[in-house]
Design a protein around this ligand. Sequence first.
Ligand code: C2E
Ligand code: MG
Ligand code: MG
Length: 412
Amino acid sequence: MPSRENEPLKNEKNDSELLIQQALKNNEFIVYYQPQYKALRGQLASAEALARWKKPDGSIGMPGEFIPYLEQSRQICELDWQILRAVCRFLKNRFQAKAEVVPIAVNFSRNHLDEEDFAGKLCRETDRAQIPHELILVEITESSLASDSERIIGFVASVRAQGFHVAIDDFGSGLSSLSMVKDVDADILKIDRSLLSGDLGNDKDRIVLESIYEFANRLRLTTVAEGVETREQLGFLRTCGCDLIQGFLFAKPMPEEAFARILSRQATPLEAQKSASEDILKIQPRSSTMQLLTEVIFKKYPLVIFSNLTRNSYYMMTYDNFTTTSCPPAGVFDELIAHGASSMHPEDRQLFADTFNSDALLAAYEDGKECVRIVTRQLGDDGIYRAVETSDYFVKSPDSDDILVITLCQNV
Ligand code: C2E
Ligand code: MG
Ligand code: MG
């Protein structure tokens, strides 16, 4: 039996639940838009739609007031569809007025995973307003990933198959594993604002963030930093190669009319303008610079192999359109050399094996050589021998005593 003291509280709760239900029926939920800007130059790129409760007395209720109850009573899906319809109406009006638009992210609760034909419904809602699918980004929270992996992978695939983009929201806030992010084929990773604590004066905070951005960039996910409030945070995120910034530093969530004005002006926030004029080399993200450099190297050398001589291991960094593609992409270094030798012209086999076996390379390194290079004739998939230059560059591992080799191959 509940105590008497608790009764007024319980009634109060029931009253507010009733009000939320009525609000849903009376379409009292409206959309606020929070712009997302490109991290380096500050141009407007997209926005997130956030639900607000416009109460009959004119005050605005925040999600914390109504989302938990809607989630628990499973009415959240209805709110999400209302928000999506409002976003579609907004975009449709802009199209009709021939005004600028940007993609809009809409939050969808994990309860939609249980909905039959979610992707089909998404298509019907957006097609009714004639909105191109790529203008709608479906945000699902990281905690949804903790559910049945097969289902979430299928859910995301079905949404993307219809041309919508998918973002994983609040990454780093909860339970999801890195392997889920790898398996769920999303387009965008939104990094939770809890990871941006303070001004990032702490080494460990910075290392964790740097690693997340490195990992996301290498998986070719677009990254969005949530909750950016200070210039120090912005500066750091730029060096991490973060793509988009969403936070109070640039703009708070705002009513539709205010966002429409920003869209029409395509205004770059003052904070972004200030820092965009800083030395470009300082703000050029390290990971994107490295990516460009790697792309140029791959253009010149179609086969690049990274090996650890000390550990007798290798992996092929690229082997596009090269004569020999039948080697496993990673494995034992000496087996790679034996395999390579077998595809050489018979007269070149001994030279190749004698030059590149791991003992010979280690001896060359001990002798102080920086590089070992030879030209051999190699059999292509088309049955023709071609002259190939193989250059092995030695590097000492920065983290251990291991001797590493970068192999660059090109047809000559
Ligand atoms: P979210 O999807 O992660 O949205 C971002 C939240 O971070 C927003 O809070 C936004 O106002 C806040 N935020 C953005 N930049 C900053 C910043 O620089 N500093 C701080 N302190 N906060 C910042 P909001 O609008 O209160 O929404 C809270 C959560 O409610 C959302 O988090 C989302 O999970 C949920 N939500 C909001 N609208 C909807 C909706 O239509 N459907 C569903 N299912 N959930 C929604
Ligand atoms: Mg969100
Ligand atoms: Mg979020």
